[in-house]
Write a new protein. Sequence first.
Lengths: 384, 359
Amino acid sequence: MKLVCSQSSLSTHLSLVNRAVSSRPSHPVLANVLLVADEATQQVSLSAFDMSLGIQTSFPARVEEGGKLTLPAKLLSDIVTRLPDGDILLDEGSEQETNYLTTLTCASGRYQVRGMGAEEFPELPQIEDGEAVDLSVDALSKGLQGTLFAASSDETKQVLTGLHLIIQADGLEFAATDGHRLSVVQTAEEEESPAKKDADSSGLSVTIPARALQELAKMLDRQAETKIQVQFDETQAVFQWPDHRLTSRLLDGQYPNYQQLVPRQFVRQLTVERRLFLSALERIAVLADQKNNIVKLSLNSTDQELTLSVDAQDVGSGREVFPAQITGEDLDIAFNVKYLMDGLKVLNTAEVQIQMNTATSPAVMSPVGGMKMTYLVMPVQIRS
Amino acid sequence: MNYRKIIHIDMDAFYASVEQRDNPAYQGKPIVVGGSPDKRGAVAAASYEARKYGVHSAMPSRTAIQKCPHLIFVKPRFEVYRAVSEEIREIFARYTDLIEPLALDEAYLDVTANKLGIPSATWIAQEIRAAIYHETHLTASAGISINKFLAKVASGMNKPNGQFLITPAAATEFVETLPIARFHGIGQVTAHKLQQMGIFTGADLKQWSEAELVQRFGKMGAHYYRIARAEDHRPVNPNRERKSIGAEKTFEVDLEEWDALSAELTAIAQKVEARLAARQAAGRTLTLKVRYANFQLTTRCRTVATWLWQAPAIAAIALELLASIDLSQQKVRLLGITLSNLGSPNSTEPSYQQLTLEF
């Protein structure tokens, strides 16, 4: 393999695929990134795969000699990011003689890195005959942003570390929960979208590790396509768009039947200005962080006021009062302040609505107008 | 020379004995108090009948049932144990106010100047054990000596329902012949390390200079130096309040596989549960300690809204913290879990419970 490419594209693409390099590789080659140079198309593709998440990207280069090779991902990217702007010549030399000792030459100097053969590098999963659906990038980004934060980061909780995606003829439904809160976003597909044609009426549902989708969300942020294709089979999901491919294993196990958790009726309702509420909570959180993250909300319907208070024993306390539209009887209810802030950060409307029944039953936060999002938070019960 | 008179009282298989006392069906049977085996619980206490099968406290309940298939699991009743513990403490208070409780079932007493003016600490220990039996129908063992270290070792000598005196004159010889593994405060790994240094008894330990021991074992080295000479100047401290409770384990062989690490961490969490249970405590801040093969130390901590005192909850958070640490560069030499921000889960202070969704 011999090719010339710009430092900036190599560096950018390495940082993309690096996210799929295993931190605990089960095989040495998985600590490497696979480089494939194609003389005919004058493209280089990079792949990394930790046996769960796989990322492949390609970019144009002057390929003088095609070939395949793997190089240690961390080392390569640590070197390349520090190289000066300009062209890099990457030369594998003759395989038999050099034993994968690859030379990087740039304006400032030369580096040699020992690689490994490409034969042992596992292929990223391919889906032969799973269903293919085109999704709107906008809808996908919104759905991911509105739910990913609620997925569990506790690896022992299996299916809850994933995001549940339902593809229906009329749109997508995203859901994530960690057992304490649940976020559900529904996005509508425009008329005549390919999704409508391809997905059957019963809908298609899968649970994808949140970690893979966090990477997908970051990648989607930085590209200009409006549609991407997704394919599923029993065990894998593959997202692809020009020059990019992200594959992820699916999580097995029954995803909780979350729709039944959302109460149908509420006896109390609170409408507040989102920014005002969020910034007050951010101040409260300074003290709540010191102890147990608990914020108490007191609803006063007579004065149409919401009081936030924090009592971090032995550390300090705080209290803020601001106007709110409140219906229903007065109530004191406590929450993990982080859970409230997480929801308020992704709801992008000027006002939000919180519906409640009692101090020990689920509260549901939703935007006033705008996207269709339901964020359910379980309160913290205070026993004295 | 004026010697102190220190007694270490240790209730025999305390929780298990309380359960056997209160439920005739358990008498003479192998029982353990603790979590049931299907919930990944740990043994908090084992009756002497259960100990014959090799069941001991801090053992995972699942292992316990394997060792003794007809083992009876009893749910702990901490309010009862605490009440009994208070009865016993009142008995102690008839003799001295210098009482340092180590747990619900264990305490040091300084009876050098006791309220009844009894000159013999052996008599006092005798009377205390008799009063405990008379008033609670439970048995206790006692160790009597001139400092805490010796008293503690002594209370284990004639267990159960016995006592042992180490006189000032006998102290030196006693420690010299004591196998290193029986020194209180020297754990398995340290004992192993000492044995590799050719130290098998107190006499062997005595051959090493303080500087050498400090160099090898840090601050503890100075303590080892003194206890090898039967010296322990720590006072009986009635106000000692623990700020944290934890457990840690140094591995015989450094670990790197996730499965092995998580299994060890789960076992440590069970030990922490047992130690918390012994003090009727719970914590809200969990600190995970990781020492790498190169001795570099990393910690991660998390404070939660709910009281932590059960092994599965402790293990879940510890594992989550462990997963956040980059373990790819170095093997792991030691793992530890400590709970701080301690309190009692059923005290009068408001308790907070994050409610969960019922899927």
